[in-house]
Design a protein around this ligand. Sequence first.
Ligand SMILES: NC(=O)C1=CN([C@@H]2O[C@H](COP(=O)(O)OP(=O)(O)OC[C@H]3O[C@@H](n4cnc5c(N)ncnc54)[C@H](OP(=O)(O)O)[C@@H]3O)[C@@H](O)[C@H]2O)C=CC1
Ligand SMILES: O=C(O)CCCC(=O)O
Length: 485
Amino acid sequence: MTQAITDSRFFRQECYIGGDWRSGGETIDVVNPANGETIGTVPDFGRNEARNAIAAAAEAFPAWRARTAEERGKFCRAFYEALMDNQQILGEILTLEQGKPLAEAKGEIAYGAAFFKWFAEEAVRVYGDVIPSPWTDKRIVVTKEPVGVVCSITPWNFPTAMIARKAAAALAAGCPIIAKPASQTPYSALAMGVIAEDIGLPKGVFSVITGEAAPIGDEFCENPAVKKITFTGSTAVGEELASRAIKTMKRVSMELGGNAPLIIFDDADLDKAVEGAIACKYRNAGQTCVCANRILVQSGIYDAFAEAFAKRVSGLTVGDGLKDGVDQGPLIEEKAVQKVEDHIADALSKGAQTAAGGHRHQLGGTFFEPTVLTGVTPEMVIAKDETFGPVAPLFKFDTEEEAAHMANDTEYGLASYLYTNDLGRAWRMMEALEYGMVAINEGILSTPVAPFGGVKESGVGREGSKYGLEDYLNIKYALFGGLGK
Ligand SMILES: NC(=O)C1=CN([C@@H]2O[C@H](COP(=O)(O)OP(=O)(O)OC[C@H]3O[C@@H](n4cnc5c(N)ncnc54)[C@H](OP(=O)(O)O)[C@@H]3O)[C@@H](O)[C@H]2O)C=CC1
Ligand SMILES: O=C(O)CCCC(=O)O
């Protein structure tokens, strides 16, 4: 099957810069996490090539912004259709390099495509304002303009969707964008370069550059032609990029780490809570910044939930994501498995128990058993650190106040979830949770039509929705004076 995927025209081992496919020099190996085999290589480009991509984007900007919003929307719509028309092969490329089950990978292609559809429709709704004037002979008008050249840096866990939700908004707003994907998963990004070429996006409007992160990031942050940096990834790298980008007052959007609580109250529907927790925790093997990192369960339902949840988790099938019937693929790399093992060992040494899994999977490599830990307490490392793996730690609480306190006891503030049938409690908790997103009686909250983003050290900015477009626009205030006769 691998051969058929790598023979596809969407599988490119060159970069798409300024409308040309470029290669040469050193290369980076890309590995299939399901078997450790090298899939292929991509260019190990650096500052020079990043500078070329930025120059091409800057050259393309005036004509791109000058197009009507409807024209730019048509390109976004064409991007959406091309992604959906090729969902199967794009999903296969994604699974091959990232590991997630093919059904999830195809779901990600549809999710990413939906951002292009949404922003195709939003492009024509970038309204300004007329502000009532305090003067009889002057008028105040507010218009919105594209910020300019955008550089994006994205992680390996959602190789298509993370680029899509940045690129769709940028293109709709009138900004050219350069995508630097994670080195572990460049092929999904390069496939988007093939689509950009197929749909006839003007040269330089959408480029993809692969290579060593630090020099490319340096050029993105320091080049004065770049007006915005948009990043999804670890908090450490995000903070570093933001602090450097601000030196030239670039706009930044930072979608960083999370430590999501999923809170289950005594009055919750047990079956729905179990299903929601499975979807929330084990999607992409727990390698998602909005995955439940801590499951807080009220004491009256704790044992019943733990038993039903552990039983369901034990039934999940682990394997190569390209095989049928697989629920959970491998972790991205050995370092990720070690982090999972460290979190489990620390919890067990401090009194937690294993209710399901707990070990490397018999398949070897980076496969890990879907795991449930009970008796977990706030002193354990897993309570503070993002595990980014298939481990569900179950904490116990008694009161609503205690749940809110435990949930907020973290420097992160991205996603949070709660299960209750008490409407008053749902509303009080929604207000009490210091998070950018709260899902009530649902385990998945992502959609292009809603604002995705965090507070505290989970970042700044929003992606998707009408708010996501604002992040790519500057406000201009115009005062029209001299109107008196
Ligand atoms: N919010 C989220 O969705 C994500 C959170 N994480 C969290 O981060 C942890 C580590 O994951 P990891 O993949 O290492 O995340 P990183 O933040 O290191 O990587 C994300 C992206 O940033 C790039 N990058 C890394 N260092 C620099 C730099 N100095 N300058 C510019 N770009 C840089 C990477 O490129 P390259 O691949 O070439 O190194 C990649 O494209 C995870 O365990 C998880 O906790 C990780 C991924 C996504
Ligand atoms: O940053 C991430 O981990 C990706 C979130 C996926 C989503 O949009 O739900």
